[in-house]
Design a protein around this ligand. Structure first.
Ligand SMILES: [Zn+2]
Length: 180
């Protein structure tokens, strides 16, 4: 029997081909989060994973190279990511006006409601990229009242500016995110 007061959820953010080396918006070492996540995944009662899921044309591509177009190979999860215990996929950035950085902006489900229905108190966030979607998801999770943990071994940053990842970690910590 699970003790409902300690239900722990894992949120895997955007571990998709286009964000890994060889993809159209590759995060340096993006694929290196995969074995770390595969090791962590069994420690959680509930597992959800977000997908950047863009239309062919969107204002989002004014800022970024075309990536993670819905139903494309680039939008698939990294092939080595173990998703056996995946409970829910979260699609975000689905409209042509929507950056969808945060998994809490998923359009196929209300993530806050879904987690609260399952009595989740603590949400661990891993994936790509530290300075965009991981950060946005972590800050939203804090705003929604969850205890939030980010695994620094299981995230990587875009680092358009070389310190963006570091700054994102500091910003998350200041907002109350536990970095482990
Ligand atoms: Zn995107």
């Amino acid at each position: 029997m699970k003790n409902l007061s300690t239900v722990k959820a894992l949120l895997i953010v955007d571990v998709q081909n286009d964000f890994c080396p060889g993809g159209t918006l590759a995060v340096p070492e993006g694929d290196q989060v995969v074995p770390v996540i595969n090791q962590l995944i069994n420690q959680f009662d509930i597992v959800c994973a977000s997908k950047d899921w863009h239309p062919n044309e969107t204002i989002h591509f004014d800022r970024w190279p075309v990536h993670c177009v819905a139903d494309s190979l680039g939008a698939d999860f990294h092939p080595k990511l173990n998703l056996d215990s995946l409970d829910q996929i979260l699609f975000k950035g689905t409209s042509n006006q929507d950056d969808g950085y945060s998994a809490f902006e998923a359009t196929n489900i209300n993530l806050t409601q879904w987690l609260k229905q399952k009595e989740v108190k603590e949400l661990t966030i891993v994936g790509l990229a530290t300075d965009y979607c991981v950060k946005a998801s972590a800050l939203d999770a804090i705003d929604q009242g969850f205890k939030v943990v980010v695994h620094q071994e299981a995230v990587r940053a875009v680092n358009m500016d070389p310190n963006d990842g570091k700054h994102a970690m500091i910003e998350m910590k200041q907002a109350g995110v536990e970095i482990v």
